[in-house]
Design a protein around this ligand. Structure first.
Ligand SMILES: N[C@@H](CCC(=O)N[C@@H](CS)C(=O)NCC(=O)O)C(=O)O
Length: 251
């Protein structure tokens, strides 16, 4: 989440996220025979991620990089009111949003483009091999972008957490309830797209559930979906989730 546009409603909890790294660290990718941009063992590659610890979209990329054991520098870029963006940030992201990404000279923005690129060149794969399951994975990612992010994050989490307990609107609650029901349906129709194994969709879903589950109104909505709740209670405690948690979400 951003900074002072929705000024922090701090609760005194200590942050458990990765601290922004001001220097550049290197990682070594395991050799894989995929495409011309495959990285050879011990190739030192600079991976820079621009964003903030509390940004939900930046967290998706952090989760993907950690799932692939890629070390990266998290470079503070805060597009919200009162925040600071690195000089020439518009060259990295013409719409001045976060995250923006650079790896081995390749610059990308838009979370979807970043995570698909990373997934294409670094193991382990987070896209299912089966075409239909992969389509369901993408479907869930777009559902999160288009129908879950706004009600769960901006409609439920932001008012309560960042704006001193402002009550979410009935409209936001209704839309959140609907999208959680749709997402839970994938546990029956295509569990491998998101739930039975880690895919790109797992991380898209996790970041909006983490925000919603940080406030009582969101917790109650997830509680209505027993199977989704059961899955989420397990996933929210995984090491990559606790490693990427900022002090502004409970999970
Ligand atoms: N479509 C973008 C959305 C990214 C996004 O909305 N990021 C938020 C932070 S989580 C942001 O930069 N907000 C700044 C703003 O709205 O001005 C993506 O998938 O990367």
């Amino acid at each position: 989440m951003g900074a002072s546009r929705c000024r922090r409603h701090g609760d005194g909890r200590a942050g458990h996220g990765i601290q922004p790294v001001l220097g550049i660290r290197f990682w070594c990718a395991v050799a894989r025979p995929v495409g011309s941009r495959s990285l050879r063992r011990l190739d030192p590659v600079e991976v820079k991620l621009y964003g903030t610890e509390e940004s939900v979209y930046t967290r998706i990329v952090r989760l993907v990089l950690l799932a692939k054991k890629v070390e990266f520098a998290l470079i503070e870029a805060d597009p919200f009111e009162g925040g600071v963006l690195p000089e020439d940030y518009d060259l990295r992201h013409p719409f001045k949003r976060i995250p923006a990404f650079e790896m081995d000279g390749v610059r990308l923005y838009e979370t979807d483009a970043i995570v698909h690129y990373v997934d294409a060149i670094i193991d382990p794969k987070l896209t299912p091999g089966d075409s239909l399951v992969a389509a369901h994975m993408r479907q869930i990612m777009r559902i999160v972008d288009n129908y879950a992010y706004a009600p769960l994050v901006w409609g439920i989490y932001v008012p309560v957490w960042w704006r001193d307990g402002l009550e979410p609107s009935d409209e936001a609650v209704g839309k959140a309830r609907h999208v959680l029901g749709v997402i839970e349906g994938f546990l029956d129709s295509s569990p491998d797209a998101c739930f039975n194994q880690q895919t790109l969709a797992t991380f898209y879903l996790a970041i909006v559930l983490a925000a919603a589950d940080s406030v009582t109104q969101g917790t109650a909505l997830i509680d209505e979906r027993l199977r989704l709740r059961e899955w989420w209670n397990g996933f929210r405690m995984t090491p990559i989730m606790t490693k990427t948690r900022s002090k502004h979400t409970k999970f």
